[in-house]
Design a protein around this ligand. Structure first.
Ligand code: AMP
Ligand code: MG
Length: 396
């Protein structure tokens, strides 16, 4: 059985970054991955401008005129001002262009104004409150490499930099299917032995959040013929993700049928929960994940395998964020598999505390309402005491 690291390495080795790209407007670029490096089209700031509401002046004239200057003219946002008349100060507002001839801004709270006569503090320093053209970045500066996932704040930067459309990697098409004779859609009455299906919906949403095009493949029964039909018809997708039927039970047919039709790279990984996860290929291009059916196992294996796989597909070198924390409570167990515990995070006097939640059974989805992170217990660990240093993977 592979360790988590071995399985993740095998996974990355199998995934060739996609080459197809498309240009999307900024409004549609969040969560997408850059296909090519992006550079700024304009300088930021685009021109010298004021950081304050106040007055623009030439610093050398201040002392010469006893720190008193008459007010002449105004510079407002969105218009080019007249040049500063020698020996005067100009009214200016935040973001407005600094007029030619001025080099310093004094904020209005520091200025005594009597009619058109302005008195400035002697402490005024040359260059105060001027935002210099290009002091943030210049036109042509590299902003993002290829393979960067764009977040909302990146869109703000690109807009400022004059970038209107972004070349992004084409979305992977991802088919998501739940398997199991017991599964019923929420809202339907439950018959004997039936349960509500939950994995498919959350998987579809997480795929979309990762920049993929999620296609709902519905629920497939535990029937070899139905599963064969599904897999044989899925070879146009970039990824197929199933939940359930990946274990060793008589009705766990997904992994069997997947082995018949496709090629398995690995099955079973030394982790808890999520051991019976399988990964491989269908046909020449479709990556296949058989995730376990237990809702928590499904979530954990998605985070550990599907998330890095989608990142690799987009040409990103993303690794999940691992954060040191201090255990808020004691947790003891038998060493063996690497384990992921659902935990709540809290900042206690500047220290990140991770509390292992009660109810760690892989069927105990109720715990999820308090879960903010997965706490990773190393394979050889027999647990920890309160106050021990631990590692957590925050969930977003
Ligand atoms: P399996 O991996 O098919 O053996 O399923 C393991 C457990 O997860 C069983 O208790 C199933 O009833 C449950 N399960 C399987 N698929 C789902 C699903 N899509 N939503 C919720 N529970 C599921
Ligand atoms: Mg099942």
């Amino acid at each position: 059985m592979l360790t988590l690291e071995e399985a993740q390495t095998a996974l990355r080795a199998r995934i060739t970054p996609a080459t197809a790209s498309e240009a999307v407007p900024l409004r549609a670029a969040r969560g997408r991955y850059t296909h090519a490096p992006l550079a700024a089209a304009v300088d930021n700031p685009a021109f010298d401008n004021s950081a304050m509401d106040g007055y623009a002046l030439k610093h050398a004239e201040l002392a010469a005129q006893g720190y008193t200057l008459p007010l002449v003219g105004e510079s407002r946002c969105g218009a080019a001002p007249q040049a500063l008349q020698p020996g005067t100060a100009m009214r200016i507002f935040t973001g407005a262009p600094v007029p030619a001839g001025a080099d310093t801004i004094v904020m209005q709270e520091d200025v005594e104004r009597a009619g058109e006569a302005l008195r400035f503090p002697a402490t005024t320093a040359a260059g105060d409150h001027v935002r210099r053209c290009g002091d943030d970045f210049h036109a042509g500066d590299a902003l993002y490499p290829a393979g960067r996932r764009l977040e909302s704040h990146d869109i703000a930067l690109l807009a400022t930099a004059g970038v209107a459309t972004v070349p992004v990697v084409k979305r992977p098409r991802v088919l998501v299917v739940a398997t199991g004779d017991e599964l019923v859609a929420p809202g339907e009455p439950l018959g004997p032995g039936q349960i509500y299906e939950s994995n498919r919906l959350v998987t579809l949403l997480m795929i979309e959040a990762l920049g993929g095009e999620a296609v709902d493949g519905g629920v497939v029964r535990d029937d070899p013929a139905a599963l064969r039909k599904l897999l044989a018809g899925a070879m146009d997708y970039d990824f197929v993700i199933t939940s359930g039927g990946a274990s060793v039970g008589d009705h766990d047919l997904v992994k069997q049928v997947f082995g018949e039709i496709g090629e398995i790279d690995f099955w079973r990984v030394k982790i808890k929960p999520g051991k019976p996860v399988a990964f491989g290929r269908l046909g020449s291009r479709t990556h296949f994940f058989a995730l376990p059916g237990n809702p928590v196992s499904s979530l954990v294996t998605f985070k550990l395998f599907v998330e890095p796989a989608l990142a690799a597909w987009h040409g990103s070198d993303y690794r999940p964020l691992e954060v040191p924390a201090v255990a808020a409570n004691r947790f003891k167990r038998k060493a063996g598999r690497m384990e992921f515990l659902r935990a709540r995070l809290e900042n206690v006097n500047g220290e990140l505390r991770a509390e292992v939640l009660k109810g760690q059974g892989s069927h105990q989805i109720g715990t999820l309402r308090h879960t903010q992170a997965l706490l990773r217990v190393p394979a050889e660990s027999e647990g920890f005491d309160a106050g021990a240093r631990v590692t957590v993977l925050p969930l977003t």
